[in-house]
Design a protein around this ligand. Structure first.
Ligand code: ADP
Length: 482
């Protein structure tokens, strides 16, 4: 069966309720301010290459203004406010986000290309939950860190990527504000819209001016923010290359830094696993959301005795995957976020072929406009192959086999990254045994890509350091005075 045979009627989510301005200014000190650069750039819909809005490009002067505004708000208002009062603002923001969840989901899909099912059922509910969760901590910091006298740090500079725009914003802004810090956030240049909608929500919630500032722009704007002398804390999620650059820029300064970087996570299927369940888990781990997940299970390790069966089932399942309009509720795989990213993925697919791996892509109808990539399997992959070592950030899965537990742990850990891993087995003892040996910040068992605000997330090795989420996520925004 191929997706050509589905013949599903289109079921697009309506865009009628979206209120987009043609042009977005910078959100500084509680109001919209024109960029000193006088420059704007287009935010495109990657599903059809249409222009959604123009976005301001912040320069040094704008970044200076945003940081000063955050400093004033920190000094005069936010750091003096009780935790209970800060919590009330966070609860209000969470409720407003929930009320506008449909609009936020549609915007996320329009701007980023991810299927509406993902934005609606995963991104936006989780983003709201993060605000609810950290709102609850705001007045309990002394209990969370008993005897350690926690206090806020100051002004946090936060830089987010394009794969989970609003969720990454929530991971960063919610704990920062709960702990009494103020923020300047720079969203990724291809997905600024939900951050700008969030600024409107801050206004509607009556958040004091300057507590949240949103400056838009490219890497140059992010670099200005990182280098700013009046920033006390930097939180970055993005590529390992930029993370290393930021780390260097912070050497010799007192800035606190957390980095959530790339990944090449191992998804391990043991021979006693429920195969059908595991096959769905593999698909979910890498193909939904176009592989645009830093913890995507992009390296599959299947025990030799079941490898043929798993690969056959995977191929069969991929034939029924629906690729197309991200706004369509039936769509499994939407658009790749940008032309640049599509080119990167295509380069890796060509590389995989030239490295001697065998490729499989399902036969399916592809949209003629926009940035799309077929889900791709590679078998006969050498451990040293670049497609098995480097982060691709697309719907590309490498498949390797193994015979023993020791072998697979060694192969899985043989990576510069260590963000996440998955284990599929019927035996609890194997989960605990292997879980302890895998060098990964998160290990999922018989599931994948499950998130909750109460559980910390973060990596080992080149996947970064520091944790976001849970009580651990609070400590990144506090200093301790014991
Ligand atoms: P990707 O390669 O996946 O797009 P990046 O690491 O380039 O990821 O981007 C993640 C975020 O970092 C984006 O908001 C981007 O604008 C920002 N960024 C890129 N370069 C720099 C830099 N040199 N300093 C600070 N931020 C940067």
């Amino acid at each position: 069966m191929s997706s050509n045979n589905w013949n599903l009627d289109p079921a697009p989510e309506s865009t009628a309720q979206i209120q987009l301005k043609p042009k977005y200014e910078l959100f500084i000190d509680g109001s919209w301010q024109k960029p000193h650069s006088k420059k704007y750039f287009d935010s495109l819909n990657p599903a059809n290459e249409s222009i959604l809005a123009q976005i301001a490009h912040a320069n040094q002067k704008d970044v200076d203004m945003a940081v000063s505004s955050a400093r004033r708000a920190y000094r005069d208002v936010w750091s003096k406010m009780s935790g209970a009062q800060r919590g009330k603002y966070l609860f209000r923001i969470a409720r407003l986000m929930q009320e506008k969840s449909r609009e936020l989901a549609v915007l996320e899909t329009l701007d980023g290309g991810k299927p509406i099912r993902e934005s609606r059922d995963v991104d936006i509910p989780l983003a709201c939950n993060h605000f609810f969760y950290y709102a609850g901590w705001a007045d309990k910091l002394n209990e969370a860190f008993a005897g350690q006298k926690p206090s806020s740090i100051g002004v946090a500079a936060q830089i987010t990527p394009w794969n989970f725009p609003l969720l990454m914003l929530a991971w960063k802004i919610a704990p920062a504000l709960a702990c009494g810090n103020t923020v300047v956030l720079k969203p990724a240049e291809t997905t600024s819209l939900t951050a700008l909608k969030f600024a409107e929500i801050c206004q509607e919630a009556g958040l004091p001016n300057g507590v949240v500032n949103i400056v838009t722009g490219f890497g140059d704007t992010g670099a200005l923010l990182v280098a700013h002398p009046d920033v006390d804390k930097i939180a970055f999620t993005g590529s390992t290359a930029v993370g290393k650059y930021i780390q260097k820029a912070c050497i010799g300064t007192a800035k606190k830094l957390t980095l959530e970087l790339g990944g090449k996570s191992a998804n391990i299927i043991l021979e006693d696993a429920q195969i059908d369940q595991a096959v769905e888990g593999i698909i979910n781990a890498i193909f939904f959301n176009q592989g645009h997940v830093c913890c995507a299970g992009s390296r599959l390790f299947v025990q030799e005795s079941i490898a043929q069966q798993v690969v056959e089932k995977l191929k069969f399942r991929l034939q029924s995957i629906y690729i197309g309009d991200p706004l369509d509720k039936n769509t499994d795989i939407g658009a790749i976020n940008s032309k640049k990213q599509l080119e990167t993925i295509e380069k890796y697919i060509a590389l995989g072929i030239s490295e001697g791996a065998s490729i499989f892509q399902p036969e399916c109808r592809m949209p003629t406009k926009g940035y799309y990539c077929k889900p791709t399997l590679f078998t006969d992959v050498a451990q040293s192959a670049r497609i098995a070592q480097e982060e691709i950030f697309g719907p590309v899965l490498t498949i390797q086999t193994f015979r023993t537990m020791e072998e697979v742990v060694q192969k899985a850990n043989n990576s510069p990254y260590g963000l996440a891993a998955g284990i599929w087995t019927a035996k609890g003892a194997r989960i605990f045994g292997m879980g302890k040996q895998l060098h990964a910040g998160v290990v999922w068992a018989n599931t994948y890509n499950k998130f909750d605000p109460s559980s910390p997330f973060g990596g080992y090795k080149e996947s970064g350091y520091g944790r976001e989420g849970g009580r651990h996520g609070l400590s990144a925004y506090l200093q301790f005075n014991t």
